[in-house]
Design a protein around this ligand. Structure first.
Ligand SMILES: [Zn+2]
Length: 306
């Protein structure tokens, strides 16, 4: 018997993250916050548990052990949320990333049920923005019929990101750990091809909703800056992925970053902007509900959860 698509791709997830233990399933949950005239809704897709050797492949274990022990974290594995965001503006209901679905790895794929529990129907979504095309942000857009869960909405992704993942020979040129994801992402982009619209950093997707270049984690990674009156919030995606390391050690190479130097530069630039301009931050993988502020600390930064 042929292995099912699900088992093949679950294997791909295990390969990428170097073998993972599924965290306990979270309850379907959501969190709402107002930002001026906008309502921001955070909905959980579940969580990941990542081995330290994958997330910080170049940092000596003595250094990670010391930093994690000083901050009360498990030195062997990092627990990580997958938070999905929606923004309700006076005219739009905008979905930002779509979760990982059930094909990528255990512990994810709770977003559709959690969205329903929040009282939101998928067909009310008017626009979809992808920060980038990694599996935990893109693959959940696909339903059981291999079509988008949000057929009434244009799906915006940066042109640089689209061009990158659409390269026909991409998978063969990537390190082993990324090959299965590249093939899976390319296949899903084809499934939503009729809905995909290229966008660019600086584009205003709706009044007060604009894209910011935070490339490096992936070649065309963008974040979404919300502005309503005097209030601002950056929906960061994966520009700042971990509540301790990304802030206190922004120059440490993060294993999921595809261009390490550019990712570190984007982290530094974003941290500086958030701290200087006192812009709130909402992050996909930051502790539930992913919301907080950035402060300067000891020549670097720290995340202060809301
Ligand atoms: Zn991610």
């Amino acid at each position: 018997m042929m292995p099912s698509r699900r088992s093949v791709l679950a294997g791909a997830g295990g390969l990428l993250f170097g073998g993972l233990a599924a965290p306990a399933p979270a309850l379907a949950r959501h969190h709402r916050v107002m930002l001026g005239a906008f309502e921001v809704i955070v909905v959980s897709d579940g969580g990941l548990s990542l081995p330290i050797g994958f997330v910080l492949p170049e940092t000596p274990r003595a250094e990670t052990d010391a930093l994690f022990a000083a901050n009360g974290l498990d030195p062997a594995r990092l627990q990580s949320q997958v938070n999905v965001m929606l923004v309700r503006t006076p005219k739009d209901l905008i979905l930002i990333d779509a979760g990982g679905g059930t094909d990528f790895m255990a512990g994810l794929g709770q977003f559709p049920d959690a969205l329903k529990a929040a009282g939101i129907e998928a067909d009310k979504v008017t626009k979809v923005i992808f920060t980038h095309a990694h599996a935990d942000h893109l693959w959940g857009v696909i339903d059981d019929f291999d079509t988008s869960r949000y057929p009434g909405a244009p799906h915006l992704m940066s042109a640089a990101e689209l061009d990158y993942w659409r390269q026909p020979d991409l998978a063969t040129r990537l390190p082993d750990a990324f090959q299965a994801m590249a093939a899976g992402t390319a296949r899903r982009l084809r499934m939503i091809d009729d809905l995909l619209k290229p966008a660019r950093p600086g584009d205003e997707i709706a009044p007060g909703v604009s894209l910011v270049d935070t490339s490096g984690h992936t070649p065309g990674h963008v974040s979404v800056l919300l502005t309503s009156g005097s209030e601002q919030l950056l929906i960061g995606g994966d520009v700042l992925t971990q509540s301790l390391v990304s802030f206190a050690r922004p120059d440490w190479r993060w294993g999921a970053d595809m261009d390490a130097a550019r990712a570190a530069a984007s982290r530094r630039r974003t941290l500086d902007m958030l701290a200087t301009d006192r812009i709130a931050l909402l992050g996909t993988h930051l502790p539930w509900p992913g919301l907080g502020r950035v402060e300067r600390k000891d020549g670097a930064f720290r995340f202060v959860g809301a």
